[in-house]
Write a protein that binds this ligand. Structure first.
Ligand code: G
Ligand code: G
Ligand code: MN
Ligand code: NA
Length: 253
């Protein structure tokens, strides 16, 4: 309850900020995208992690204005990097379940793209399999979002209870293999089999595939051998501030 009251003040008091985690293209070694991750610096409790406050924001409805703030901030930042002359980078933004039921979600995304003047192909929205919504409704919504020219990724892939049939219905561009599968690669044969299978399936469906949570060189080798397109993880970079992204990438072309 306390956190819920604090959450309402947090937006007005500017206590949220975004860090960005690079995704590396394994074929070229370049950063083609960064994932925006929201952080909350609470005035007295200090850092409160998103897996604590996002569910509370969902419950109390604050996820709608917070989600809008996150999207607008990320698109604005992507434009700043472009103006700074950084190599072109997509920005990936996580959507919450509550946002999928937001009546004006498509209009909001369109409006933010318009106001920030960001090329839509540089925005990727991440949804998860656990976002339970009627499959026809979800298909319709994703088609409307895709029509704006943006990209759609399925986050935490493989951890939901959903059937695979949605992969042929939804207009998606990218699968992000959940880090729980990658964690025990290459030591656990079952996880190896699942990761290889997901990469292979993604290729046959002509989807990009990102492996998340890469922390060790052995995991990297396994993914390179397996033909994975992109990795995201502490081995390469933790989520970092937009200024750190600029410092790291301004001289790379
Ligand atoms: O960044 P971190 O690993 O602490 O994130 C923990 C969880 O919070 C992850 O599941 C992540 O998807 C979620 N999360 C982080 N940033 C955002 C955000 O901007 N929006 C939403 N909806 N979820 C986020
Ligand atoms: O659910 P989602 O995939 O959006 O969550 C992304 C979260 O995963 C980020 O909050 C980030 O802090 C975390 N993360 C990113 N890379 C790694 C990693 O290599 N190891 C671990 N344990 N967590 C990571
Ligand atoms: Mn994500
Ligand atoms: Na994930």
């Amino acid at each position: 309850i306390l956190l819920e009251q604090d959450l309402h003040n947090a937006l007005a008091n500017n206590e949220f900020y975004l860090d960005y985690q690079p995704q590396v293209n394994l074929k070229t070694g370049t950063i083609e995208s960064v994932e925006a991750l929201v952080r909350w610096r609470h005035p007295t409790r200090g850092f409160v992690p998103p897996d604590v406050f996002i569910p509370i924001a969902e419950e109390c409805g604050l996820i709608i204005p917070l989600g809008k703030w996150i999207l607008e901030n990320a698109c604005t930042q992507a434009k700043i990097w472009e103006k700074q002359g950084l190599p072109p980078m997509k920005v990936a933004v996580n959507l919450s379940l509550g946002q999928l039921f937001q009546q004006d979600l498509v209009e909001m995304v369109q409006d933010i793209l318009h106001r920030t003047n960001l090329d839509p192909s540089f925005l990727q929205l991440e949804i998860t399999e656990s976002m339970t919504m009627n499959i026809d409704q979800m298909t319709q919504l994703l088609h409307e979002l895709k029509a704006l020219g943006i990209q759609i990724a399925v986050d935490d892939f493989g951890t939901g209870y959903s059937s695979l049939s949605y992969l042929k219905e939804f207009p998606i561009d990218c699968l992000k293999i959940d880090r729980t599968f990658v964690r025990n690669v290459p030591h656990n044969p079952n996880d190896e089999a699942l990761v290889s299978m997901i990469i292979s399936m993604a290729k046959h469906l002509r989807l990009k595939v990102v492996a998340e949570g890469i922390e060790e060189v052995e995991q990297l080798s396994f993914l390179i051998d397996g033909g994975c397109d992109y990795i995201q993880g502490y081995l390469f970079s933790k989520p970092i501030s937009p200024q750190q992204i600029t410092e790291t990438y301004k001289d790379l072309h």
